[in-house]
Each structure stands twice: as structure tokens, then as C-alpha cells.
Design a protein around this ligand. Sequence first.
Ligand code: ATR
Length: 271
Amino acid sequence: MTTPYAEVIGDPIDHSKSPLIHRFWLEALGIAGDYRAERVAADDLGRFFAARARDPDWRGCNVTVPHKVAALDHVPDPGGVRRSIGAANTVFRDESGKLAATNTDAAGFLSPIADLDLADAAVTVVGAGGAARAVLFALSKVGVGRVTLLNRTPLKGAALLAGFGLKGDALPLEARLRPDTALLVNTSALGMAGQPPLALDLDPLPDDALVYDIVYAPLETPLLAAARARGLDTVDGLEMLIGQAALAFELFFGAAPPRERDEQLRALLLA
Ligand code: ATR
């Protein structure tokens, strides 16, 4: 009997938490499948996808740094995701078995804040890299009021706002936060282990602002610590990590993961 499997590819890949997450769900659901981490070098990507496309047990892969853009070149019709986010985090088989690419980061980002009414809201996004693209795409779909994009390189932020058709301003990291901010999101590398902290003055934020950091290593970033010290509600990066994985899992294995067991999964990821 053969075993269906999926995997995460990147270079490096040892740090990836995806195998822990997907294996936890496979076991919880009693699915006889596997999920692995595979280091794939950039110049091996073509060979990798060609070989996997011929393997009937292969259900797909998550794609991480540095392959998120290049992966689009290895699926027959990457149109939608290439035009929107411009990067894929999931390659899977469509109903006819052909390889298809999608990006579950945008919906994964939205999943923990699904109850928040962001129509007409002022949102501040920090960062203008690949992660920011998924977040801005998600915000453009929700239809937020305006976005203030703070980045070390404000010109990059201005290009992203225009590209996603979002109203707002691109400003340097030092800009004062707006007092009507409903949601503040960090998508930048600042606050990650080994990186400088994101040092924003949170005082101007209203008391009901939500602070969301998509960084998950460490789980309590200096930004989230400062937000909690100010009494603000927070969302940490594991929520988006689990959210994007859940959507990919369903594409790979055709079953919804048991999200009621998220607390147990979080404990496993933090152990
Ligand atoms: P990712 O795919 O994780 O978003 P990325 O595309 O390299 O990674 O983007 C990293 C983001 O973190 C960018 O917004 C980057 O700012 P620039 O656009 O000015 O490069 C930001 N960033 C990384 N290191 C930084 C630092 N030391 N100070 C300020 N911003 C930083």
C-alpha cells in the first residue's frame, strides 16, 4: 500500500514548523499520510517539481524562502496568484491532478481576525516585503478604509499600496501612529530572533486597537509585549502560521484539520 504525502520545501528548511503542524493533524484525524521537510536548492526546483508531478502519492508542498516566487514558474497556470500576491506558499494538485499554486498566507492572516469589522477602518501595516504583500492583498479583499504603511524604505510601501489599490500613505518607521488605528500589523523582520526590535511608540493608539505580529519566533515579540503592557488586545504569529497551514492541509489531504485542538498544537509548537 502506498502512503500519500506532502512536504515543505525551502533552503534552509530545518527551522520549519510545518511538519509538526501537519503531522499533528494527520495523527489527530487518523489519516495514514506523511508530511516531511525537504531542502531543495534553487537550481533543483525544476527537477524537483517534475519528479513530484510523476509521483502519484505526492499531494503537494508548502513553499518557503527562497522559492515562493520561483515556484510559480513550475505550475501550468499560475495566473491568479501571480497577478495578486506574486508568490505562492502552496503547490497542490487540482481536481484533474494537474499542479496548481496558491497562497494561503492571505486567508491565514485573516483567520484569527475574521470577527473584526475592518470596513472603513484605519489599518497600519509595518513592512513592505513578501509577507506584507499577502497581508495587503488580504486587506484589499476585506475592503479596509485606509492603510498607513510604515517601512524602512517608504518608496517600496507606496508602490505596494498603489499596486493593491489601497488608499493611504507610505511613511518611514519613525512616523507617529494614527490615533484612529483599529489594527496594527507587523509583517517586517523586526522583532524576529536575531533582528532588532520593532520600536514603535504605541501611546497614540486608541484603547481598542488590536496589535497583530506575524513574527512567531519569538512568540512574544517586543511589540506584543509593549502592546500587552498598554492593555491592548494582541494576536501572535502562531495564529497565522496555523491558519495558513490549515488551508494547505485541506488542499493536500481533503479534510479540514481539527481546529478545536489548536491549544494542544500551540503547546506542541512551543515545546
Ligand atoms: P518577508 O518575505 O518575510 O516579508 P522580505 O521580503 O525580505 O521578507 O521583507 C522584509 C521586511 O522587513 C522589509 O519590509 C524590510 O524593510 P525594507 O523594505 O526597507 O528592506 C524589513 N526589514 C528587515 N530588516 C530590517 C531592519 N533591520 N530595519 C528595518 N526594516 C527591516
